[in-house]
Ligand binder design. Structure first.
Ligand code: DAH
Length: 364
């Protein structure tokens, strides 16, 4: 029995079905329209190029729905065939247009391997974080630049004179042993400290010299939680023809302590020995964690050992060509990793070299 359909698409309230009836096992007009709508919905929903291809195969492929429907043509009553043909062709055209439009947006080229599929979720790049060692170096340079220091640089490969001799290190000193220093030749070595840059500056420039020198240093140390064979130091040197005293050194380092560790940080000097300074001191910062009361970080002492320092030894002046009677100056040096570990609460120096982004991003 022929069915009656509502076909709003043609603008008529009621239209008698012209071709298909259920009893003939053929598709009704409603089914045809529903399938067309369904096919277009599937194009819209296809998430990527391969899903889109599946839709194309399902409807337009050799065994797809549309060729199967077209095969039914012969069973359609002759007077209904033109309308049937028109509708099926309109469906095919609409479907092909939808596929083409979507493919061009969805990056059909992906199907042949060099695609840009702008419907795919973008790759997410985590924002980078500056490495703690870089941060300490940059902050230190900024702090000292406010006091008139400029940044000086020297090579990682040094000679014996700059690294040891000019720094008044006796020829038999154990730090020169092959067990402590990476020697490259009899004369060349990987610098064990940034202090040789002092020598380079003083042999090249007349006073006043006011520099800090951040850089890599190398020692034959076995790596553990607090040691590394390759680490960083920052050296400071101020030499002038007008009087410079230990008090100037202390106030400079006190300023640095407050800027770096917080306004409550203080410094203390303990007598020590370095070959290139006389007198020499070890410099402690008051513990920024407990404020000096004593805690695990400062091992209950209230103080944290930070730097070596002192007034430049007259013998160093002589070795670099300065007249010790004409110049005054101080020098200091400290480990960058140590400051970073203290400042950021890093318990193991190796974390600084493992490039584990889980650790680094915590510091962002
Ligand atoms: N170079 C020393 C070291 O590696 C640190 C140091 C101590 C540097 C005293 C100085 C200084 O300039 O005056 O342990």
């Amino acid at each position: 029995m022929p069915l009656c359909f509502i076909d709003f698409g043609r603008g008529l309230p009621y239209t008698t079905a012209f071709f298909l009836t259920e009893s003939e096992g053929l598709m009704t007009l409603v089914e045809l329209n529903a399938q067309q709508a369904q096919s277009l919905d599937e194009v819209t929903a296809a998430a990527d190029a391969s899903a889109l291809e599946q839709v194309r195969i399902r409807y337009l492929g050799r065994n797809g729905s549309l060729p199967a429907i077209i095969k039914q043509m012969k069973d359609v009553p002759p007077e209904e065939r033109p309308e049937f043909g028109k509708r099926v062709q309109a469906w095919r055209a609409a479907l092909e247009a939808a596929l083409t439009a979507k493919q061009s947006v969805a990056g059909a080229a992906k199907m042949d391997g060099n695609a840009f599929d702008c419907t795919l979720p973008g790759r997410w790049f985590a924002p980078g974080a500056k490495h703690p060692v870089s941060r300490v170096i940059e902050e230190t340079a900024a702090i000292f630049s406010r006091l008139g220091f400029t940044v000086a640089d020297g090579p990682d490969i040094e000679n014996r004179f700059n690294n040891f001799t000019a720094l008044n290190t006796p020829a038999h000193h154990p730090s020169m042993d092959a067990s402590d220093t990476f020697w490259l030749t009899d004369d060349l070595l990987l610098r064990t400290q940034t202090s040789p840059v002092q020598v380079r500056m003083m042999t090249q420039y007349k006073p006043p010299v006011r520099i800090i020198t951040p850089g890599r240093t190398y020692r034959r140390d076995t790596t553990d939680a607090t040691h590394s064979a390759n680490f960083h130091q920052i050296e400071g040197l101020y030499v002038d023809t007008k009087p410079v005293s230990l008090a100037d050194l202390k106030s400079t380092l006190a300023y640095y302590a407050k800027e770096m560790m917080g306004s409550k940080a203080g410094v203390r000097f303990r007598p020590h020995f370095f070959p290139f300074t006389e007198p020499s001191v070890e410099v402690d910062f008051s513990c920024h964690v407990c404020g000096g009361k004593g805690c695990r970080v400062c091992k209950m002492s209230g103080w944290i050992e930070i730097a070596g320092a002192g007034m430049v030894d007259p013998r160093v002046y002589r070795l670099v060509g300065y007249d010790p009677e004409q110049v005054y100056g101080y020098a200091f040096g400290f480990g960058v990793e140590r400051i970073a570990m203290i400042k950021y609460g890093i318990p193991d120096i190796r974390w600084l070299y493992e490039n584990d982004t889980r650790f680094l991003s915590q510091l962002a």
